[in-house]
Design a binder for this molecule. Sequence first.
Ligand SMILES: Nc1ncnc2c1ncn2[C@@H]1O[C@H](COP(=O)(O)OP(=O)(O)OP(=O)(O)O)[C@@H](O)[C@H]1O
Length: 232
Amino acid sequence: MSVMIDVTNAQKTFTMHLQSGIELPVVRGVNFQVDAGECVVLSGPSGAGKSSILKMIFANYRCGGGRVDIRHQGTLIDIATAEPRQILNVRRSTIGYVSQFLRAVPRVATIDVVAEPLIANGVTRAEANDRAGRALHRLNIAERFWQLPPATFSGGEQQRVNIARGFISDLPILLLDEPTASLDAANRAVVVGLIAGTKRKGTAIVAIVHDDEVRRQIADRIIDVTGFTAAA
Ligand SMILES: Nc1ncnc2c1ncn2[C@@H]1O[C@H](COP(=O)(O)OP(=O)(O)OP(=O)(O)O)[C@@H](O)[C@H]1O
């Protein structure tokens, strides 16, 4: 199995510049690897640092130390020290992040929100729309909604649009932050099926999931992040 994510001794401390520079250590000594086709679930109580670790892997948060190696086009790249342009390349073709909430450009139709990552990777508009439609259909978003912007959709509908967009590109690494939080049982099952199919294609997944049943269904390995929680 090839290692897709290799986190070595990573740490994160927030400096609160508006509060006299108070230092807030969150995690330290973060060490784990994720192989192709494997789903690792991060567990631990609220505030333990699960989302912070996910954001360090996506380079949304800068590591205070250590390495976060990502396999990008066959080569391991330390995303913790990568240049912004390299980070954008890695995000375009290697690593996707599905947050709990949809952040879409206002007034853009749902079908275009979902198709956009494919268009950015050079897929034709016709094929991108076709694949976006199939993804929306699978996630039970009725066709009459496809031309509407998702801003007025319910929380669960927006989350499903977000999932359709996040899974559409078949990227080699996916980070999932509570992908089923607002979903009913039927749609949770759809997402579990999507994750299983994505794993079979070799995607490495790191997920945060609070639902015990979903966690049991998707996790190959559970990492308790309290082992990395930094003492204040
Ligand atoms: N941008 C930030 N600025 C300052 N502190 C932050 C920031 N992001 C996270 N933290 C702090 O880091 C700690 C860990 O937060 P994080 O969101 O990673 O925890 P979590 O385990 O994902 O929690 P939850 O399950 O509640 O989402 C918290 O104490 C939080 O306040």
